[in-house]
Design a protein around this ligand. Structure first.
Ligand code: ATP
Ligand code: MG
Length: 267
């Protein structure tokens, strides 16, 4: 059993273009745990996810992010990914000209390549996974997510429907095998079947070797992906944490009472 949480966020403060968005956020995620992060629009959930992945626009003004015991604040996004952090984006970008298969193979090779002395990735094509092995792996994971094999040869996210983009994100996660995965509204825009398939995919990947942080607005996805912990973010920090029952309570009571808790705290 892992004792120290793989991801430790301490009193994190983050500014975007000079405006403070995260205001002292604390969170710990261990491998094997599923956490749900909820909260009203604009409370800072995506800001937090982007900050975890090292998006350059998000400036950490104080606090700490530890991954496997070490600060990652100075690491670039690709270094964080190689270390075993993964993020499924709320709005995945299209990369015309790069097929799904090639993108995933490059991403996997980058993840597998040990950093060289300069901290940059080793030449991936020299050490990477063999093409045949990769194709077998891709086929297996695509079957798991019930994706048509023709997707492998399409350009990444180019003309993909909303649901297809989300599946492509989970496929990427299945291939990269991160230790901690952050999913920002992977459920938005999914129809009922796609929601189930994506959730089943996540469940198939979840287990003792993976910690998951699911950012969502809806209890619905949590019927499929059962969280151990639910947190509610209000105005840049987590105001209330609890078990799965907290998500149900939010569904019926909304967020106002959480704001009240927060205001009472401030007094
Ligand atoms: N790049 C940016 N430039 C300016 N403001 C930003 C930027 N990114 C985030 N913000 C602001 O930070 C606040 C928090 O936004 P964020 O996207 O983190 O909220 P959220 O909790 O993910 O909301 P939603 O539930 O709608 O996805 C918002 O007021 C937003 O306008
Ligand atoms: Mg968001």
């Amino acid at each position: 059993m892992s004792q120290t949480p793989e991801l430790v966020v301490k009193d994190l403060r983050v500014a975007v273009e000079g405006k403070e968005i995260l205001k002292g956020l604390n969170l710990e995620v261990k491998k094997g745990e599923i956490h749900a992060l909820m909260g009203p629009n604009g409370s800072g959930k995506s800001t937090f996810a982007n900050t975890l992945m090292g998006h350059p626009r998000y400036q950490v003004t104080s606090g700490e992010i530890l991954f496997k015991g070490e600060s990652i604040l100075e690491l670039e996004a690709d270094e964080r990914s190689r270390a075993g952090l993964f993020m499924a984006f709320q709005y995945p970008v299209a990369i015309p000209g790069v097929t799904v298969a090639n993108f995933l193979r490059s991403a996997l090779n980058a993840r597998l390549a040990p950093p060289d002395a300069n901290g940059a990735g080793a030449m991936p094509q020299k050490r990477g996974i063999a093409p045949k092995e990769f194709r077998a792996m891709l086929r297996e994971k695509m079957a798991l997510l019930r994706m048509d094999e023709s997707f492998a040869t399409r350009y990444l996210n180019d003309g993909f429907s909303g649901g297809e983009k989300k599946r492509a994100e989970i496929l990427q996660m299945a291939i990269l095998k991160p230790e901690i995965a952050i999913m920002d509204e992977t459920d938005s825009g999914l129809d009922i079947d796609a929601l189930r398939i994506v959730s089943e995919g996540v469940n198939a990947l979840a287990g003792p070797e993976l910690g998951v942080l699911v950012i969502t607005h809806y209890q619905r996805i949590l019927n499929y992906i059962k969280p151990h912990f639910v947190h509610v973010m209000v105005d840049g920090r987590i105001s209330v944490s609890g078990g799965p029952e907290l998500a149900l309570e939010l569904e019926t009571r909304g967020y106002d009472w959480v704001r009240d808790v927060r205001e009472a705290e401030a007094l």
